[in-house]
Ligand binder design. Structure first.
Ligand SMILES: NC(=O)c1ccc[n+]([C@@H]2O[C@H](COP(=O)([O-])OP(=O)(O)OC[C@H]3O[C@@H](n4cnc5c(N)ncnc54)[C@H](O)[C@@H]3O)[C@@H](O)[C@H]2O)c1
Length: 472
């Protein structure tokens, strides 16, 4: 039994939840036999073709490379991957796996086409969409002649917006039809890894189905029923972006592990022990913690510890660009917050939450403190409320820090939340200390709320005219 989650982007800033309790039964695909064409017989296309044939579908692979077509047509795998030879031979013997160079015929004779052609980098790094565009024209031309309904599923990795702004328009022009009525278009990214591609296809981390409307997914749902993983149904751009977010995160993890490992090696620390212990923390380390886009990091530990590691690395003459780049990334995020306030064109700004998180009065290296400094320099009239910060109680390095960065702090800080909120044109939610009920009571519809912490939807006030974040 696996969960299906439906997340549809209904407005640019609003992600609606359609319910996560719909459970589907694992029932295998033996009852369902479709005719499927697959464009592109590289790693993704060949593995998809072999696995879908194994699931009982009639599959035709299409490629411009005649060698790959001939190999698949002869029952031999066009790629080297564990289990592929056996699956391709089985599919061929059962007459379920075929290959052709004739894309138009393949579309005509199938119910659904998967597009798995390459999307390589150009010399500049720009994504080369020429193969996608070529296939879209070919499938579109075939659809023009086809009487029965057809589903086109893009599987290649493409940047968010590509399916809607490139792929669909070409299909519509070439077919003289409309996506959504004359034919259906979905986006279904692939998460296989070379070397374990078949195993990953059969048991992926999740199945992501993207479409302009939930009913466009009817056929794909049937194809993936029985795949043992959670299934997410969402909009086209979200499906496209999840693929990039996943790959980039994997790259970040590799870079992080390598840089920490490098430091360990040069500090004569047992990297394997560090790595094992580090990965055993599923509360803060290997978990969704810190993965919600919000505001810059700060406080008395993260910036200090990053600096200390960076300095030690420099002493050891090590270059660790990922770790070194984090402070730059953080200050760029602060710049974005300043820019977001200035962009409103309003000068009366109230900040709710000065410390880097609710429940502490530690102001050292709080990014909110830096934000206030920058806004004052930009000519904003700033007022601050923080239930945990009372000037009289601040002592030691904490007090010294705030008095150095914001000498005028005494005249900006107030404990009257209502007054601070009502006097503002822009209300910045700096940490989670202000309560939803109070905010809803004091805000008026003409105000703009800049939520830096990305409050849970259930915690957001319901009054303001505009509610926005800086990275969501
Ligand atoms: N390789 C992976 O592990 C992997 C995993 C997930 C996603 N992806 C993505 O999937 C896509 C395909 O990747 P791949 O590694 O399978 O690529 P690949 O280069 O191995 O294969 C692409 C195939 O498409 C064929 N092709 C090009 N133009 C064509 C056309 N007009 N008609 C028919 N066939 C055509 C090529 O001849 C080639 O055989 C890429 O966008 C990639 O980023 C790859």
């Amino acid at each position: 039994m696996h969960t299906v989650v439906r997340l549809w982007l209904c407005a640019p800033e609003l992600c609606l939840y359609y319910g996560s309790d719909e459970i589907f039964q694992r029932r295998g695909n033996r009852h369902l036999s479709l005719s499927i064409s697959i464009f592109g017989l590289g790693y993704v296309g060949s593995v998809s073709a072999a696995c879908l044939a194994r699931a009982g579908h009639r599959v035709t692979g299409v490629d411009v490379n005649s060698t790959k077509v001939e190999m698949l047509a002869a029952g031999r795998s066009p790629i080297l991957e564990p289990r592929m030879s056996e699956l391709v031979a089985e599919g061929h013997q059962a007459s379920r796996l075929h290959a052709t160079a004739d894309g138009v015929a393949a579309v005509r004779d199938s119910d659904v086409s998967f597009v798995c052609v390459g999307t390589p980098s150009q010399r500049t790094g720009k994504l080369d969409l020429s193969h996608i565009e070529h296939v879209a024209r070919e499938i579109g031309a075939a659809l023009k002649e086809k009487k029965s309904h057809h589903v086109v599923v893009l599987r290649s990795t493409v940047l968010p917006g590509t399916t809607e702004s490139v792929f669909i328009p070409i299909l519509e022009r070439a077919s003289r039809g409309r996506a959504g009525s004359d034919f259906t278009v979905c986006y279904n990214p692939e998460f296989m890894r070379e070397g374990s591609a078949v195993a990953d296809f059969l048991e992926p981390p999740y199945t992501i189905l993207g479409a302009q409307s939930p009913e466009h997914l009817t056929l794909l749902r049937k194809i993936y029923d029985g795949t043992p993983c959670p299934r997410f149904e969402t909009s086209l751009p979200v499906a496209e972006m999840v693929k990039y977010a996943s790959n980039v995160f994997h790259a970040v993890k590799v870079g992080f592990a390598n840089e920490i490992g490098t430091l360990c090696k040069h500090l004569a620390v047992d990297m394997e022990a560090v790595s094992r212990i580090f990965a055993s923390d599923t509360k803060l380390n290997i978990s969704p913690a810190y993965l919600s886009p919000g505001f810059a990091f700060g406080g008395s530990c993260l910036p200090k510890d990053l600096r200390a590691l960076a300095y030690r690395a420099k002493e050891l003459e090590l270059r660790l660009p990922l770790l070194a780049g984090l402070m730059a990334s953080n200050s760029e995020h602060l710049n974005r917050a300043v820019g977001a306030v200035l962009h409103t064109g309003r000068k009366k700004v109230s900040l709710l939450g000065l410390s880097f998180k609710a429940g502490t009065d530690d102001l050292r290296e709080s990014p909110q403190v830096q934000l206030v400094r920058r806004l004052l320099e930009e000519g904003c009239q700033v007022r601050i409320w923080d239930q945990d910060v009372t000037l009289g109680r601040l002592a030691g390095s904490n007090r010294q820090y705030i008095e150095e960065v914001i000498p005028e702090i005494g005249s900006l800080l107030s404990d009257d939340l209502e007054q601070v909120v009502r006097s503002a044109e822009v209300v910045i939610i700096g940490n989670k200390s202000a309560k939803r009920e109070e905010l809803s009571q004091y805000l008026n519809p003409g105000q703009i709320v800049l939520d830096l912490v990305n409050l849970d939807h259930s915690q957001r006030p319901d009054k303001p005219a505009a509610y926005q974040g800086i990275c969501w």
